[in-house]
Design a protein around this ligand. Structure first.
Ligand code: NZQ
Ligand code: ZN
Length: 386
């Protein structure tokens, strides 16, 4: 097992009816900037629950944070927050609203040149540099509610960039599974696939004798497989959605990555696909991961065999069982209604391969747990997605 440090300051408040706890969680004297998305919280009753829990408090609202939150939108929220002198940020929504709120929380007190420098890591945001942030999660998928990561899009330059800081771990996150009842099925599908991919990014690398971490990762994969198809059913079932919600948080709350190598190449390639072609985050992962793992099977062999055997109950050796395990993954995604080829989204694999190869080459990007996946290999992987 590799050396590690573990830090996670986020208080999780889980269960039905827990939005009412906001009145205890938000400091009474706080001047709150409340951020939300395109309006789902107004249609499903979450907005009323938040506002009623915070009756009598000083709240300034900022609506309209879009999926794949855009830098220009977030700059408007930052300027509003500065103008009103807010000292607390409350995000109500999915990963996009929470990721955006992290940049807003760091950006309001930031006195450097451009807030974009935070995203590009030219400015390091340290513990204490950001305003305190609380969240009410409405979409299980990213685990942004319990980590310090934020992914920001900049449509004007076709960029999508991840940054992270201990300063933007939420102080608290409220997870009420009933908030997910209004989710379109497509978003449930996306959430399951995103969470599943998160686990594999931290698992399908090479063994370092981290026995507990392997079992924890496999436990989350098995749970997502067990509840996946049921989570798509209507009317939604509380127990299923509760298990989905906690599994998605557990997939990327930075526990299962402790002491183990991490990959994240699928995510880095996926972010480029979203930036160039606009496909959803989870869709971008499903059209890359099966091919990337097959392409890298020589380096990931031990863990891919373990995945096939322990997670899918397959027997056999070597490439045959690796292939069978990856086929099970593809079939699972397809059963959820998730396409697994670039061509399913009318994206030309050759075009994607060339654009992303050129971008990675200009940025001198090397990916994967061994830092050896070069732009030409990325292009080969994308060409396989047909
Ligand atoms: O904007 P509203 O109206 O709220 O609608 C949203 C949005 O259209 C809707 N929605 C959310 N909760 C709902 C709901 N609709 C009905 N009922 C509800 N309860 O769902 C749509 C998608 O929301 P979004 O927040 O974009 O989805 P998700 O949570 O999947 O977040 C995706 C973003 O997170 C980033 C992705 O790159 C992408 O930008 N990620 C963040 C990570 C992190 N912070 O650690 C890790 C991930 O790998 C990922 O990269
Ligand atoms: Zn993801």
């Amino acid at each position: 097992m590799n050396n590690f440090e573990y830090f996670n300051p986020t208080r999780i408040v889980f269960g039905q009816g827990t939005i009412a706890n906001l009145k205890h969680l938000v400091p009474p004297s706080a001047s709150v900037l409340m951020l939300y998305g395109g309006g789902s919280i107004k249609r499903n009753g979450v907005y009323e629950q938040v506002v009623s829990a915070l009756t009598g408090r000083n709240i300034i609202e900022f609506a309209g944070i879009e999926p794949n939150p855009d830098y220009d939108t977030l700059m408007k929220a930052i300027l509003l927050g500065r103008e009103k002198g807010v000292d607390f940020v409350l995000a109500v929504g999915g990963g996009s609203v929470i990721d955006g709120a992290k940049l807003v929380a760091a950006g309001i007190p930031y006195r450097g040149n451009a807030v974009w420098d935070i995203v590009t890591k030219e400015t390091a945001i340290k513990l204490g540099d950001a305003l305190p942030l609380g969240t009410v999660l409405t979409l299980p998928a990213t685990a942004s509610e319990m980590n310090g990561t934020s992914v920001i899009s900049r449509r004007s330059t076709e960029e999508k960039v991840a940054w992270a800081s201990e300063a933007v771990f939420p102080l608290f996150s409220i997870l009420d599974p009933t908030t997910t009842f209004s989710l379109p099925i497509k978003q449930v599908r996306n959430g399951i696939v995103d969470a599943y991919a998160h686990v594999l990014e931290q698992y399908a690398t090479y063994p370092v004798d981290a026995l507990l971490q392997d079992r924890q990762a496999e436990g989350i994969l098995l749970t997502l497989q067990e509840i996946g198809e049921d989570a798509l059913k209507t009317p939604p079932d509380y127990a299923t959605r509760a298990n989905f919600m906690w599994a998605a948080t557990s997939a990327l709350n930075k526990l299962i990555n402790k002491g183990v190598p991490e990959d994240w190449a699928t995510h880095m390639i996926g972010h480029e696909l979203t930036a160039f072609y606009g496909i959803d985050h989870a869709e971008s992962l499903a059209v890359v991961m099966p091919y990337l793992f097959w392409h890298q099977r020589q380096y990931k062999a031990d863990k891919l065999v373990q995945y096939a055997r322990r997670v899918w109950g397959l027997s056999g050796e070597g490439e045959a069982v690796i292939r069978a395990g990856l086929d099970q993954m593809i079939q699972f995604f397809n059963r959820l209604g998730m396409p697994t080829k670039l061509t399913d989204f009318d994206i030309d694999p050759d075009d994607a391969a060339e654009r992303i190869r050129a971008r990675f080459e200009s940025r001198q990007v090397l990916l994967g747990e061994r830092n050896h996946l070069n732009p030409d290999m990325v292009a080969e992987i994308l060409r396989m997605s047909r």
